[in-house]
Ligand binder design. Structure first.
Ligand code: IPM
Ligand code: MG
Length: 388
């Protein structure tokens, strides 16, 4: 399909810049973070500049420290200067946080705390994690897939046990160490994430699987009640199913094709999305969008992989696809987002693989993979121009 919207040349002709500047110049805060974070965000930026050139856009990029990198420089995993600049920008692209160097620190001072504070400050309560198998990677799944996986995990991101108070660790009178965390969900937190999941199912295959542990936890009973009420009242056309989290973990391996939208809390979503990711071929492939009422935060679902850092071996696909989600959800650039997704699929289809998904093939480095994605983008654009 060729439209003037997907044709960079036509776009260039029709765009009239207002006086004194580029129209709608968007500022993206890029937070490389730790480990492989800097390499994979650089790779995504190379792709972004290619998109900018082909579609005649202009983006402002501001790189800001977070996580271990920020602790080393500013003694804080989320320095106020980083937060201030983020709030003045239009979207956030994050690499990864976490470094063994800070393992001895209490949770509130670790690199991960920077990311958690950021999620809460932006109130991005809805974490969307699409899981899809690329046709070229069907064979890379650790399970024998009967059909390609196509599901979305909708994870509550700013509540639950990650943020519940009280939380502390202490030593008892008899010298025994203990720790306390609190799992709490209130009605409005459950209702708003449930709405996101039902809406998403409405635009997909019409099924929500809500995952909890209602046979043991009060929070899960409230969760189940509210999700059921919202489904019944506002989304009667959506098929709603409930699963206990242990069963869901098993069902993902046994019959992943049964899932359309998985709706779950912060902790269960963290665990299940890693599981779903490897089913699709590799943890390195999955993007995520964290959305709320304001700025969107986009990041791959994997961690900082310190053992791979600086080796040109990391898989940049999760970050590139997160960039695509950013273009789509924060900037409404759907054609551009699609072209990034297609270029990644095409690069994989041509047999280019980073080490994690290489199997018996000769792997390519992160920079060669990135170069190939840019080539695919250019080829797509050339095809569109030819067909006009
Ligand atoms: C994720 C990560 C984070 C989380 C860590 C790095 C704090 O595992 O985004 O899935 O637990 O949410
Ligand atoms: Mg995780």
């Amino acid at each position: 399909m060729v439209s003037s919207q997907s044709n960079p040349a036509a776009q260039r002709k029709t765009k009239v810049p207002p006086e004194g500047g580029t129209p709608n110049k968007k500022t993206i805060s890029v937070l490389p973070g730790d480990g492989i974070g800097p390499e994979i965000t650089t790779a995504a930026l190379v792709v972004l500049w290619q998109v900018a050139e082909l579609f005649d856009h202009d983006f402002d990029i501001q790189e800001l420290p977070i996580g271990g990198a920020a602790i080393r420089e500013y003694d804080s995993p989320l320095p106020p200067s980083t937060m201030e600049k983020i709030l003045a920008s239009d979207a956030v692209l994050l690499g990864a946080v976490g470094s063994p160097e800070f393992d001895h620190l209490p949770p509130a001072e670790r690199p991960e705390a920077g990311l958690l504070q950021l999620r809460q400050a932006l109130q991005v309560y809805a974490n969307i994690r699409p899981v899809q198998t690329f046709p070229a990677l069907m064979g890379r799944s650790p399970v024998r897939l009967k059909a390609p996986i196509d599901l979305v995990v909708v994870r509550e991101l700013t509540g639950g046990i990650y943020f519940g108070e009280p939380r502390y660790r202490k030593t008892s009178a008899i010298g025994e160490r203990y720790g306390v965390n609190t799992l709490m969900y209130s009605e409005h937190e459950i209702a708003r994430i449930a709405q996101v999941a039902f809406q998403m199912a409405h635009h997909r295959r019409g099924k929500v699987t809500s995952v909890d542990k209602a046979n043991v936890l009060e929070t899960s009973q409230v969760w189940r009640e509210i999700v059921t009420e919202i489904g019944r009242t506002h989304y009667p056309e959506i098929q709603l199913e409930h699963q206990y989290v242990d069963n869901c973990a098993m069902q993902l391996v046994l019959r992943p094709e049964q899932f359309d939208v998985i709706l779950t809390d912060n902790m269960f979503g963290d665990i299940l999305s890693d599981e779903a990711a490897v089913l699709a071929g590799s943890l390195g492939l999955l993007p995520s969008a964290s959305l709320g009422d304001g700025l969107g935060l986009y990041e791959p679902i994997h961690g900082s992989a310190p053992d791979l850092a600086g080796k040109n071996q990391a898989n940049p696909v999760g970050t590139m696809l997160s960039l695509a989600l950013c273009l789509r959800h924060s900037f409404g650039l759907n054609t551009e987002a699609l072209s990034v997704e297609q270029a990644v699929a095409e690069t994989l289809a041509q047999g280019f693989r980073t080490r994690d998904i290489a199997g018996f093939r000769q792997p390519v480095g992160l920079d060669e993979f990135t170069e190939q994605v840019c080539q695919s983008l250019k080829q797509q654009a050339a095809k569109h121009i030819l067909f006009v």
